[in-house]
Design a binder for this molecule. Structure first.
Ligand code: GUN
Ligand code: ZN
Length: 431
């Protein structure tokens, strides 16, 4: 039986503020973290904490870096088995690969199989929380929350709603009424149960009727503490399509805004090709913009304006967008975010990348008081990084003179081999 209190020794990384605003000095490195019954009790000096807590079991991670568990702010767990599907852009990719795969979730046993496999993949990549779309099938939501409950993970998810006959296949279509009823029943079953959070989930305006958007806007108004997630301005073809389907809308965001789907707890995936009015409104309401860099290059969507959006004070999270994204790894996702920001003129500091993958995403999910940082009172979700996990990374890290120089090769070149261990609510899940 493990003791209730564990003292983790290593290089413990905490944020005193957002490095995107305060710079890399907002990061503090301590030599120990005390965890008791799933929560962080103290972060500080190893000798002092050892002396003050002689009862604690000690786990020594050596020179490894202990970071908050990664928070993936936008993913589609049902796309796990069709990740890396070749050769299409968004609309064809959805029709050719995504919808047929999502159809398989009509079988609850298949949904349970993929949900468990998906969460285990996340844990092996150091991700402890995710905000995921499910499929139109309510059982696909139960499957993910049950798998998360079994692992103790804080998971955000919702039933994907899509009812527009001219844009959705008949095997993957609900109605305005059934979307409202099913979402409400799932919300009542799961929201706030343990670590589960229900997220109202219209897929995107091209696949919903106005009646469905209106119904989900009403559900959100009735449950304002829930998050709402959708997609916004991912590809230019998609924007043209939205204009044709919603001729009276001022812009893409307006298709949501007009139906009660713009709000402070709204999460807008991609948000690449934004009009000035859309940027202003998103900032005014403090909505979350979720950057999905491996997806944006893989499906050929465009280059997110990280520098401009950070400068104007937008709330930004980072995500894989599995399986439009080409990876389960938030390390790989940070590397892609770095490369895209470089193309738009900003070199994101490793502290900024790590923050976006942890506290930044938690902030977008309005959960940064619980996850995304290693500080007293926070839930003990953390990941231990080996900064010399492959010969290529090790030989570069050996030349490093600072922690950031030692870490950056792992951000750029690392994968699940860099994850020495993942802890969820204080319990080792791997490592
Ligand atoms: N837009 C609507 N649905 C999806 C999806 O499943 N993936 C991506 N990348 N974009 C979408
Ligand atoms: Zn998506």
């Amino acid at each position: 039986m493990p003791k209730a209190t564990t003292l983790h020794l290593g290089q413990v990384l905490s944020f005193d503020a957002a490095p995107t605003e305060a710079g890399p000095d907002a990061v503090r490195i301590s030599s120990a973290m005390l965890v008791d019954v799933g929560r962080i009790v103290a972060v500080g000096d190893a000798a002092q904490l050892r002396a003050a807590h002689p009862e604690a079991e000690v786990e020594d991670h050596g020179k490894r870096l202990i970071v908050p568990g990664f928070v993936d702010a936008h993913a589609h767990y049902p796309q796990t088995a069709m990740i890396a599907s070749w050769g299409k852009r968004l609309i064809d990719w959805l029709n050719l690969y995504t919808f047929p795969e999502e159809r398989r979730f009509a079988d609850p046993a298949y949904a349970r199989d993929v949900a468990g496999r998906y969460l285990d993949l996340l844990l092996s990549h150091g991700t402890t929380s995710v905000c995921s779309y499910c499929t139109i099938h309510p059982a696909s939501v139960d499957a993910l929350f049950e798998a998360a409950e079994a692992r103790g993970m804080r998971v955000f998810a919702g039933k994907t709603c899509m009812d527009r006959p001219e844009t959705t296949p008949d095997f993957l279509r609900d109605t305005a009424q059934s979307a409202y009823d099913d979402s409400r029943a799932l919300l009542e079953r799961w929201h706030g149960k343990g670590r589960a959070a229900y997220v109202i989930t219209p897929r995107f305006s091209p696949t919903s009727t106005e009646a469905q958007l209106e119904a989900l806007g009403a559900l959100w108004a009735e449950n304002p503490d829930c998050l709402m997630q959708t997609h916004l301005s991912e590809q230019t073809d998609e924007i043209t399509w939205v204009k044709s389907l919603y001729p009276s809308a001022r812009d893409y965001l307006d298709t949501y805004e007009a139906h009660g789907l713009l709000g402070t707890r709204g999460l807008y995936g991609h948000a690449i090709h934004l009009e000035p009015r859309e940027r202003d409104r998103l900032r005014e309401v403090g909505a979350g913009l979720v950057h999905c860099p491996t997806s944006n290059t893989f499906i050929g969507s465009g280059l997110f304006d990280m520098d401009g959006l950070l400068r104007e004070g937008q709330r930004i999270g980072l995500a894989t967008d599995t399986g439009g994204g080409s990876s389960f790894s938030m390390l790989r996702t940070m590397a892609a975010a770095y490369e895209i920001a470089q193309l738009r003129g900003r070199a994101l500091h490793p502290a900024e990348l790590l923050w976006l993958a942890t506290q930044g995403s938690a902030r977008a999910l309005r959960c940064d008081d619980r996850i995304g940082n290693l500080a007293p009172g926070m839930e003990a979700d953390f990941t231990v990084l080996d900064m010399a996990s492959t010969p290529a990374i090790a030989q570069r890290a050996a030349e490093a003179e600072t922690l950031w120089e030692a870490l950056f090769p792992t951000i750029m070149m690392g994968d699940d081999r860099a994850i020495a261990g993942t802890w969820v609510a204080g319990k080792p899940m791997r490592g």
